[in-house]
Design a protein around this ligand. Structure first.
Ligand code: ATP
Ligand code: MG
Length: 270
């Protein structure tokens, strides 16, 4: 596939709906103008991926997303030789493709990757902007449009699983969190088509769960789950069922916490 075809393939075609929380859009644009690598931190389902998708669309750059995991090796990012009937053929990994075509490369949940995998991004994220393909003996100079973005969920890190300072200190960072209630209600309404009044009630339940974080809950209800609840209600499911199914059952097995949240749902929709 030619670079042009690949660019085509990774282009974000429709404007993704993104509701800014503060001035993050302007700040991201400034980071991009200066080709600073960006880190987006925040709890699950708070809009990190949506933001990156929106920014790629706004900047008119292709977006290549990689979901990282602990079994991932450097070759999964960079590329490898494939065995074929008549010899071997080099296949670029997603990071290499992004560097060649000038895409925004989004490494989702980067901390999941092992540290020896993570270090392959180092030469790409400092003044060198190069990617060495050791096995192929090639040094790829990143396209001027290329940018690296990583996401990071600060809550889940243990001492064993964290980014090294030498990795962290290559990025400008955005701190994301669940939006304040009025904004979150607007997002839920806009994403699903329910009215803002109903969305506001769901957001209120979300707020109660977020208050229980650290008191029996590891994580509060995400914006994503509020969107799920609204989607089912929109589809005709009774709010009490929809909320139990999407806001409570996924996040905890603790009987007392389930009770507390179920009561909050019943009170909200009584
Ligand atoms: N600011 C926002 N504008 C529009 N939609 C949003 C916003 N924030 C959250 N959402 C909604 O929440 C959903 C989850 O957001 P997203 O997938 O970006 O979460 P995330 O932070 O990347 O989560 P994870 O860490 O689990 O990958 C989106 O699909 C969208 O419906
Ligand atoms: Mg995401």
């Amino acid at each position: 596939m030619s670079d042009k075809e690949q660019k085509e393939q990774y282009t974000v075609r429709r404007e993704p709906y993104y509701q800014p929380q503060r001035n993050e859009v302007e700040l991201y644009e400034a980071a991009y103008r200066n080709r600073l690598p960006v880190m987006v931190k925040g709890p699950t389902g708070c809009g990190k991926s949506r933001f990156v998708e929106y920014m790629a669309w706004k900047l008119g750059k292709p977006l290549i997303t990689v979901a990282c995991n602990e079994d991932m090796t450097a070759s999964d990012l960079v590329g490898r030789y494939l065995l074929e009937a008549n010899g071997t053929r080099w296949l670029d990994g997603p990071l290499t493709t992004a560097a060649r075509i000038g895409a925004v490369c989004y490494l989702d949940e980067i901390v999941e990757a092992r540290q020896d995998t993570t270090v392959v991004i180092h030469p790409l994220t400092d003044h060198r902007r190069v990617l060495p393909l050791d096995k192929k003996g090639e040094l790829v100079q990143a396209h001027p449009d290329f940018q690296l973005v990583i996401s990071y969920n600060p809550g889940y890190q243990t001492l064993m699983k964290d980014l090294k300072q030498s990795t962290k200190q290559r990025f400008a960072a955005f701190d994301f969190d669940y939006p304040e209630s009025a904004l979150e209600a607007r997002i839920v309404a806009r994403e699903t088509g329910v009215d803002e009044e109903l969305a506001a009630r769901l957001v209120k339940i979300g707020g109660i769960a977020r208050g229980l974080k650290g008191h029996g809950l590891d994580e509060g209800i995400s914006t994503r789950l509020l969107v799920y609840a609204a989607t089912l209600i929109r589809d005709g499911i009774a709010p009490s069922d929809a909320c139990r199914m999407t806001l409570v059952r996924p996040i905890t097995d603790d009987v007392d916490i389930r009770d507390t949240l179920d009561h909050a749902i019943d009170a909200t929709f009584a």
